[in-house]
Design a protein around this ligand. Structure first.
Ligand code: UDH
Ligand code: NGS
Length: 331
């Protein structure tokens, strides 16, 4: 009997399918950011993760194959925490998975959506993934019942982020973390390539979903919870870990007495906050509103069918595949 010769090399005999619901899922996750964490420690905690950040459950055949696509530049500190939480999270869900970091080469304006297009093409080139998670580097899922699998419609997963009070900031919000099958992705011609700098590209993607005749699917607010890793905005102005203890004691510590707070009306006491230029090369995109008004005219001619780039390097690191890419500049 020579039938074994035609089996794919990685076929494992006598391994049952994983159950529909993983027995390893535990629910809410307490997320904190241990100082001094290293990638070597993350690696030691995840001995079954192999080259390129790939994993398969050891005792059963996964029901789902998910690729995680992370757009990146100059956020190594965030990436380390994301990997620290994401690897065990995905393993508890008994997924077969791979993590891809799509690193924008050079220092020209950042382009998050175009990096996602690159990630889609490069990941699908390697493996027949049935679901792709487009994942900001600074968002940590807080409940492992938030399954990293695809739905029948494109999914917006980051519905309850701490920075928005664990609610959707607005109905059409599609930012942070989303999940599409290859069919969804191709049906909407992928993501736009022309949003350079901060803002609007996620809204464009949300509009594309409906222009392509699909709906946005979402987990519940209870499960789709995410904690955003703090951005060390200003050197020397990091979070004060004592602040909660101190606030609890103001009654004992204050001293002065007898004043009230006076306020102008909401009409007059209006302020605009100057945007923080957090990341070099990711300033607000002033074109974004004009561009968003035209998505209906542009989605079919700008996207997966027009993306151009040059892979600079592909590194199969222990915890992820790093693809450094030259995506050019704004024309
Ligand atoms: N990203 C990088 N490097 C950059 C910029 C963005 O890796 O220089 C990636 C990263 O995955 C990030 C995502 O693109 O999570 C989105 O970046 P963003 O800066 O638009 O959004 P983020 O949610 O920052 O990370 C929110 C705080 C900044 C608000 C400033 C404007 N109000
Ligand atoms: C909207 C942006 C989105 C952005 C969202 C949340 O205004 O890209 O705010 O931003 N849309 C436009 O600018 C058109 S956040 O609070 O995370 O900085 O994702």
């Amino acid at each position: 009997n020579l039938s074994h010769l035609s089996k794919p090399q990685n076929h494992r005999d006598d391994i049952p399918m994983c159950p529909k619901t993983s027995p390893l899922i535990g629910g809410p996750i307490h997320v904190s950011f241990p100082s001094g964490l290293t990638l070597a420690q993350v690696q030691r905690k995840n001995p079954l993760v192999v080259r390129g950040g790939r994993y398969r459950p050891p005792d059963c055949e996964a029901q789902h194959k998910t690729a995680i696509i992370i757009p990146h530049r100059n956020r190594e500190h965030h990436l380390k925490f994301l990997l620290y939480y994401l690897h065990p999270f995905l393993q508890r869900q008994q997924l077969s998975y791979g993590i891809y970091v799509i690193h924008q080469a050079g220092s020209y304006t950042f382009n998050r959506a175009k990096l996602m297009n690159v990630g889609f093409r490069e990941a699908m080139r390697e493996e027949d993934w049935d679901c792709l998670y487009f994942h900001d580097v600074d968002l940590i899922p807080e409940d492992d019942r938030n399954l990293y699998t695809c739905d029948t419609n494109p999914k917006h997963a980051a519905v309850a982020m701490d920075k928005f009070g664990y609610k959707l900031p607005y109905k059409m919000y599609f930012g942070g973390v989303s999940a599409l099958s290859p069919l969804h992705y191709l049906k909407m011609n992928g993501f736009p390539n022309n949003y350079w700098g901060w803002g609007g590209e996620d809204d464009d993607i949300g509009v594309r979903v409906s222009l392509a005749g699909m709906y946005i699917s979402r987990p519940s607010l209870k499960l789709g919870r995410y904690k955003m890793i703090k951005h060390k905005l200003d050197k020397g102005n990091g979070e004060n870990p004592q602040r909660f203890n101190m606030l609890a004691k103001t009654r004992q510590t204050w001293k002065t007495d007898g004043m009230y707070i006076s306020r102008p009306s909401l009409k007059l006491g209006r302020y605009k906050m100057i945007k923080h230029k957090l990341d070099k090369g990711n300033g607000e995109n002033p074109q974004r509103f004009n561009m968003l008004a035209k998505t209906r005219q542009t989605w079919k001619t700008d996207g997966m069918n027009t993306v151009e780039y040059e892979v600079v390097s592909r590194d199969y690191l222990p915890l992820y595949t790093n693809i450094t890419v030259n995506i050019g500049t704004e024309s």
